[in-house]
Write a protein that binds this ligand. Structure first.
Ligand code: G4P
Length: 536
């Protein structure tokens, strides 16, 4: 046994305590990439922001290294930005910008301890924000809300608080409050202390550098901002009268959400967001395993793979597994075991990855994200551990809403076809289903968003040299059924029964109305909705 094991345990506790691991969730265009850049600027990971002006010209920190991402200006792949700030280590796990890759976002949410919900001041709560928020709610994850783009005309701040309360059921507890209406963002009232104070922001050219801020007391603020300050104070009085005060216990229980006002593009409000995350968001805590017991943070290394990505480095054709450290200390080169296969996995090539940037990582602690290169059979959801076995619950998989039959254009390349489709399935790019009707050579691919099919077509041609035809099928709903009921369902016009890789039988339907009629006409049939975390 190594000497100093107690010392290692102390070190794990101390390292975990200073870590905050979170993701930003938002509807596309609310400013997630811009905020990520602003955070990178604050953390010193970049020296100048402003790369996202015009998505086509976006470069650097945003993770759009794949051709398709570049072509379309979307970011599909997730990685993690790590920086130190005020004595803490901040891990921002990036999520895909496009709604079609929301399943990837759901997976990322299993790897973080807190979510920052970004709301566009002019648009309020949007569809994708609500969908992702719902996932946070189901996971019991605390949510910090940032009202972004306050430098542009938008809704009234109090009306936005009502909207957040009505749509999420959480009580918004603003910790900062804007001085100046949307479009005239001068600064914020800081509500965190008993005495209100004012933080005045100053614009920099193009928002490229940190925005200077000046803190002052209420009297100085009143003198400087006049009516805008008076209005802000009146509004904060109204908030106080309705009990909209931050309370950490209520926040951690998901009953309330602290709210901040920001302009990501001007770097206004980013310091305050970091301060709130450090002070209020939870540090990594022991995670319960499938047997219900939680492995102590100091109980030896363990972590869960939440993303697998091939072809990140074209030159090396590598396959990268992204893992969140759940307990213990990860050390590069350590030999770990996969709970699913009980096989040994080597970790010689461990990196931190953000966008096109990769740097070697020698060790990592609970809450950190490590990219392990060339991990062979490692799949999304796998637990890797050292020493005593542990297994974390499977990563939720979401009910598909789009289906397509895949075929190799060149039947002579069936082997490559099979390999590619299987690997993309294990990466979680799409789900693969077998169709008895169509045979092994024509599997049905199932996706949450149709753009996942574009990724399949692109990667099958590029990485597996096997261009494919994808024919969309007219189904939008899947229900789990039984072997007894499958023949009855398969005989109903417009319905098909498909088999997932774990043997689950899925009946697929064109729409809700058709499904409802079938349920009415055949009341005995087993047709269970696919709950998160149960399909393969
Ligand atoms: P996303 O990742 O959530 O999809 O959003 P992204 O950061 O790409 O931001 C979407 C657009 O909103 C970007 O404009 C960006 O500059 C702008 N934006 C983000 N944060 C703010 C903010 O705080 N204030 C203002 N005024 N704009 C913000 P774009 O793609 O360049 O398009 P355009 O609208 O500038 O033409």
């Amino acid at each position: 046994m190594r000497t100093g094991r107690a010392g290692t345990a102390d070190a794990v506790g101390a390292q975990a305590a200073v870590r905050r691991t979170f993701a930003v969730i938002s509807h596309p265009d609310a400013g997630k990439s811009t905020l990520t850049e602003a955070l990178a600027l604050h953390g010193g990971a970049i020296t100048e922001a402003g790369h996202v002006k015009g998505k086509a010209g976006r470069r650097g920190v945003v993770s759009d290294w794949q051709d398709m991402e570049k072509d379309r200006g979307i970011s599909i792949s997730s990685a993690a930005l790590q920086f130190t700030w005020s004595g803490h280590v901040v891990n921002l796990v990036d999520t895909p910008g496009h709604a079609d890759f929301s399943e990837d976002t759901y997976r990322v949410l299993t790897a973080v301890d807190c979510a920052v919900m970004l709301v566009d001041a002019a648009k309020g709560m949007e569809r994708q924000t609500m969908k992702l928020f719902e996932v946070c709610r189901l996971r019991g994850m605390p949510v910090v809300t940032v009202v972004n783009k306050w430098d542009r005309p938008g809704h009234d701040a109090l009306a936005l608080m009502d909207e957040i309360a009505d749509r999420t059921g959480m009580i918004p507890t603003p910790v900062t409050w804007p001085v100046g209406i949307a479009g005239d963002f001068r600064g914020v009232v800081d509500r965190r202390e008993a005495e209100l104070s004012y933080v005045a922001y100053t614009r920099t050219a193009g928002g490229a550098t940190l925005a200077p801020q000046q803190r002052m007391d209420a009297a100085a603020a009143a003198e400087r901002e006049g009516d805008a300050w008076e209005t802000a104070v009146e509004e904060t009085d109204l908030l106080a009268a309705t009990g909209a005060e931050h309370d950490r216990t209520a926040f951690l229980a998901g009953a309330t959400t602290p709210v901040l006002f920001a302009s990501a593009v001007l770097n206004f409000g980013v310091d305050q967001l970091l301060e709130v995350l450090l002070a209020e968001a939870p540090a990594p805590a022991p995670r319960p395993g499938t047997d219900g017991s939680a492995r102590e943070l100091a109980g030896g290394f363990s972590g869960q793979v939440f993303k697998v990505q091939s072809g990140m480095d074209k030159a090396h054709r590598d396959r990268v597994a992204f893992l969140r450290v759940a307990s213990g200390r990860f050390e590069r080169g350590m030999t770990v075991t996969s709970s699913r296969t009980r096989r040994v996995v080597t970790t010689k090539y461990a990196h931190r990855v953000f966008g096109a940037e990769r740097s070697g990582v020698d060790d990592a602690w609970p809450g950190d994200v490590v990219a392990i290169v060339n991990t062979g059979g490692v799949r999304v959801g796998d637990t890797l551990y050292e020493g005593k076995p542990v297994e974390y619950p499977p990563i939720p998989s979401f009910a598909p809403e789009h289906f397509a039959v895949a075929r190799a254009k060149d039947l002579g390349r069936y082997k490559q076809f099979q390999r590619g489709v299987t690997e993309l399935h294990h990466e979680g790019v799409v789900q693969t289903l077998r169709s008895d009707l169509r045979g092994e050579q024509s599997p049905v691919l199932a996706a949450v968003g149709p753009m996942q099919f574009d990724v399949v077509a692109h990667r099958m041609a590029g990485e597996y040299s096997c261009p494919v035809d994808l024919d969309l099928l007219p189904f939008t709903l899947a229900r789990r059924t039984t072997a007894d009921d499958a023949p009855t369902l398969a005989r109903i016009p417009g319905v098909e029964v498909l088999t997932s890789t774990d043997g689950t039988l899925l009946a697929v339907f064109p729409d809700r109305w058709r499904l409802q009629r079938i349920e009415r006409d055949h009341p005995g049939l087993v047709l269970e909705p696919l709950a998160a975390g149960t399909s393969d």
